[in-house]
Design a binder for this molecule. Structure first.
Ligand code: HEM
Length: 496
C-alpha cells in the first residue's frame, strides 16, 4: 500500500505552498478534468498547505467513496472565508455532526419526495406567469427566469409575493449569493490555509479575501434573518400568510416553548428557511437558463419535445404536472439539462473523518475530495459526444427512459448522506418550466434589425454555482392559439 497518495502533480509542488498556486480559479472543472487525463487517474492528489485534497475524476470514484463509504466520507472542510461571511449557517457547509443532522432532519421534513407535491400549484402558476412576462418582453428573458425561480421559493418559504427583482429582500440575497460563489472556490484564499490570518486587520495589504468577506457579511445576515423575523412578527399579529416558515415557527412553539431547546430550534428553523432560498434560487435559475440555451442551440431536440407536447397535451390547454409522467422526452430533456451544463460543476467537496485506503492509496483523515461533476457528466464513455445536447441518449427502444444509461441527477445533485435536499423540489420546478415554455414558445437566438443573430455559446463561468454566459432572448409564441392560451391564463391569475 502507498503510504502517501502519489500523483505527478506533487512534482510541481513548491515548499510551504505546495500546489496552492496551481489551483485554478477560472472554470476549475476543466483543469480538474485535464489533470485526471494527463495523469491517467480518476483520483489526483493536491498538496495544499494544511488541507490534503483529492480531485475525483470519475463517477465510480465518487460513488465508491461518498456513497459506499458514506459513514466515513460525509464531512466538510472548514471554510474560513465562508465563516467570516456567516455563510456557515448553510447546512451544505456544516461539518458532519449532530447540528448538521438536526438541520437536515428539519429541512427534509419540508422537501422530501413525499411532500413536495404540495408546492406544485405554486410552481405551475409561476411557470405560467413566466410565459406571460415573456410574451410582453422577451428581451428580458434572463430577468424573468430569475424572477420566476425566486418568486416560487420566496412564496413557498415566507408566503410573500416578491414585487420584482428590485424587491429589497431579493436584492440583498443577490449580493449575499455573489459572496457565496466567490468564496467557495477551493484554494481561492490564503485565509483557508492559514486560519490565524483571520485575525489580521483587513486593511493590511494581502488580506483581500478578508475584505471580500467583510463586504458580504451584512448581506448574508440580512438575508438569513430579516424575512424570518418579519414572519415571526406577522404570526404574533395574526397576519402571517401560510408558509413553510410560519409552520416551522408554529410547530416549534408548540413543541419547545418554555423548554431549554426553544432557542436552538428557533435558530434551526431560521437557518432552514434561509437555506431553502440560498440553496435553491441560484441553482435552479442557472439550470433553467441552461435549458433555454440548449433549445436555441439544438433545435432538433426542441422540435422533438414540442411534438411530444402536441401529442400529449394538445393545443387547447397548458401542461399540468400529471402530463409529465406521460412525456418521456420532456423528462429526458430535464435529465440532459442537468448533464449538459451542470450548474454545481465541481459539487461540494466531502471530507473523510478517519484514515482510509482507496485503490491501494492511503488517504489521511481530514482529506477533502472535490467531485468533478462536470467532468463526470462529460465523460464520453457514459455519454458519447458529450458536448451535444441530446435527450435521445436517455430514451430506450421502447420510447421510454432507458434505465441502463446513468441518470445524470445521480451525480449533479451530489452523493451519499450529503445528497442535495432540494432535488425533488428542483426537479418539479424544472419539469413544469420546461414543459410550459416549450408548449407555447419557439426558443431561438434573437435577431436584431440588421439581421444579426445574438451570439450563443455553451460557456459557463463562476465558482460554486456556475453562471451561464448566454441566454437566448428570441422567444416567440408558436401560434396564435399558443399566445391566446398565455393571455387567458394571465387574465385568470394576477401574480407579480
Ligand atoms: C438545479 C438545482 C440544484 C442542484 C444542481 C443542486 C446541487 C447540489 C449539490 C451538488 C449539493 C452538494 C451535495 C454533496 O455534498 O454531495 C447540494 C446540496 C444541497 N442542496 Fe442542492 N441543488 C439544487 C437545488 C436545490 C434546491 C432547490 C434546494 C432547496 C430547496 C437545495 C438544497 C440543498 C441543501 C440543503 C444542500 C445541503 C445538503 C447537505 O450538505 O447535507 N438544492 N445541492
Amino acid at each position: 500500500m502507498n503510504e502517501i497518495l502519489l500523483c505527478a502533480l506533487t512534482a510541481l509542488s513548491r515548499p510551504i505552498v505546495g500546489n496552492l498556486l496551481d489551483m485554478p480559479t477560472v472554470r476549475p472543472w476543466e483543469k480538474y478534468r485535464d489533470w485526471c487525463q494527463t495523469y491517467n487517474s480518476d483520483i489526483v492528489y493536491l498538496d495544499l498547505p494544511m488541507q490534503p485534497t483529492l480531485v475525483l475524476g470519475s463517477a465510480k470514484a465518487a460513488i465508491d467513496l461518498f456513497d459506499k463509504r458514506s459513514n466515513l466520507w460525509s464531512d466538510r472542510t472548514r471554510s474560513i472565508i465562508l465563516e467570516l461571511m456567516t455563510w456557515d449557517f448553510n447546512i451544505a457547509f456544516m461539518p458532519y455532526n449532530a447540528k448538521w443532522r438536526a438541520h437536515r432532519r428539519m429541512f427534509h421534513q419540508e422537501f422530501h419526495q413525499g411532500v413536495v407535491n404540495k408546492y406544485c400549484p405554486v410552481q405551475r402558476d409561476y411557470a405560467r406567469t413566466f410565459l406571460s412576462w415573456i410574451l410582453k418582453s422577451p428581451a428580458d428573458t434572463r430577468k424573468h427566469v430569475r424572477q420566476m425561480v425566486t418568486a416560487i421559493i420566496f412564496y413557498i418559504t415566507y408566503g410573500k409575493r416578491i414585487t420584482g427583482m428590485n424587491d429589497k429582500a431579493v436584492a440583498v440575497a443577490q449580493i449575499a449569493f455573489e459572496g457565496l460563489s466567490a468564496g467557495a472556490i477551493p484554494g481561492l484564499s490564503w485565509l483557508e490555509y492559514f486560519p490565524l490570518a483571520r485575525h489580521i486587520p483587513s486593511w493590511v495589504p494581502g488580506t483581500s479575501s478578508k475584505k471580500l468577506a467583510e463586504h458580504f457579511l451584512p448581506y448574508v445576515v440580512d438575508m438569513r434573518d430579516k424575512p424570518y423575523e418579519e414572519t415571526k412578527e406577522a404570526l404574533d399579529k395574526g397576519t402571517a400568510p401560510p408558509s413553510l416558515t410560519a409552520s416551522l415557527i408554529e410547530r416549534n412553539r408548540e413543541k419547545y416553548d418554555g423548554t431549554d431547546e426553544a432557542e436552538m430550534y428557533d435558530g434551526i428553523a431560521r437557518n432552514v428557511a434561509g437555506i431553502a432560498y440560498a440553496a435553491g434560487a441560484d441553482t435552479t435559475t442557472a439550470s433553467s437558463e441552461a435549458f433555454l440555451l440548449a433549445m436555441a442551440m439544438f433545435p432538433d431536440a426542441q422540435k422533438k419535445a414540442q411534438a411530444e407536447l402536441d401529442r400529449v397535451v394538445g393545443p387547447n390547454r397548458l401542461p399540468e404536472f400529471e402530463d409529465i409522467e406521460n412525456m418521456p422526452y420532456i423528462r429526458a430533456t430535464v435529465m440532459e439539462t442537468s448533464r449538459w451544463l451542470p450548474v454545481v460543476p465541481f459539487g461540494v467537496p466531502h471530507a473523510v473523518i478517519a484514515d482510509d485506503v482507496y485503490n491501494g492509496y492511503h488517504i489521511p483523515k481530514g482529506t477533502a475530495a472535490i467531485p468533478n461533476v462536470w467532468g463526470m457528466l462529460h465523460d464520453p464513455e457514459d455519454y458519447p459526444d458529450p458536448e451535444r445536447f441530446f435527450p435521445d441518449r436517455f430514451i430506450g427502444e421502447d420510447g421510454q427512459i432507458n434505465p441502463t444509461v446513468r441518470d445524470p441527477s445521480t451525480i449533479a445533485f451530489g452523493f451519499g448522506r450529503r445528497l442535495c435536499l432540494g432535488k425533488p423540489f428542483s426537479n418539479n420546478t424544472l419539469s413544469i418550466f420546461i414543459a410550459s415554455v416549450l408548449h407555447v414558445f419557439d426558443i431561438a437566438a434573437a435577431v436584431d434589425a440588421s439581421g444579426k443573430s445574438e451570439e450563443l455559446s455553451a460557456e459557463m463561468s463562476g465558482g460554486l454555482i456556475a453562471q451561464i454566459r448566454d441566454v437566448p432572448t428570441g422567444l416567440k409564441p408558436r401560434s396564435e392559439t399558443a399566445a391566446a392560451l398565455i393571455a387567458k391564463f394571465a387574465t385568470e391569475i394576477e401574480m407579480t
